[in-house]
Design a protein around this ligand. Structure first.
Ligand code: SAM
Length: 217
């Protein structure tokens, strides 16, 4: 069985009892970064062996993990944070497991996009998740323009390096629309910022953006 196990997005206490049990019981844990996951495993006294499964080795490593699953091993898949498969290489392994008729299940838990959506207070019954927007402004603006007429909540992930540039593009396309910027969810400096792009840009003029962001329009 392949267990897709959600892990904390900041606060180490955000893990289910079932997730801890599964991580203890499986034969192997496939992690994006074994050193990063070790912090969580040590915190909960989990001694299960780990193996790396990340962007660059995902194709070769997925084949190896599938071969172990076929031998009857139980394997857990975790990412650096949150729900595996949501913007991390987990997707490739999950897809290959399905093609190989491997039994899969999810141990649910934190996911930055869902946490932010709920906290935003925006309609949750219809939303679109864009992952990360394109790095280059022109491509980013083109994507945002295509979405401008959608009657639904738009959610995407953003880094502290690009948030200001992205807000400037949003300002051009969405003008006065109220945005929500969720920063450092579940962490010590969690912050939910609300306002139009202009107002949020003012905030970032005074305070350099730091940490991880989810943005909602
Ligand atoms: N698998 C993860 C999940 O379930 O949300 C997402 C992985 S994605 C590679 C990482 C991005 O998620 C970050 O750059 C940030 O935009 C967002 N993110 C993750 N943790 C966050 C947090 N605690 N607060 C705000 N955003 C977060």
């Amino acid at each position: 069985m392949l267990y897709i196990v959600a892990t904390p997005i900041g606060n180490l206490k955000d893990i289910s009892l079932r997730a801890i049990e599964v991580l203890k019981d499986v034969d192997l844990i496939a992690c994006e970064d074994t050193r990063h996951t070790k912090i969580l495993l040590d915190h909960y006294g989990i001694k299960t062996p780990t193996t790396s499964f990340y962007q660059q080795n995902r194709f070769v490593k997925a084949g190896y993990i599938i071969s172990l699953l076929k031998e009857g091993k139980d394997i857990a898949l975790v990412s650096d944070a949150g729900t595996p498969g949501i913007l991390d290489p987990g997707y490739n392994l999950i897809n290959l497991a399905i093609k190989n008729n491997i039994q899969i299940t999810v141990i649910p838990g934190p996911c930055a996009l869902i946490n932010a959506l709920v906290l935003s207070g925006k309609p949750t019954h219809r939303f679109i998740f864009l992952g990360f927007l394109p790095r280059h402004s022109q491509a980013r603006r083109n994507q945002l323009k295509r979405l401008a007429d959608l009657d639904m909540t738009i959610v995407f992930y953003e880094s502290s390096h690009r948030i200001v540039a992205t807000l400037k593009d949003i300002n051009e396309i969405f003008k006065d629309k109220e945005l929500v910027c969720c920063r450092e969810l579940t962490k010590r400096f969690e912050e939910i910022m609300r306002g139009n792009a202009d107002q949020l840009l003012e905030v970032f003029k005074e305070k350099r953006p730091r940490g991880e962001f989810v943005v909602l329009i």
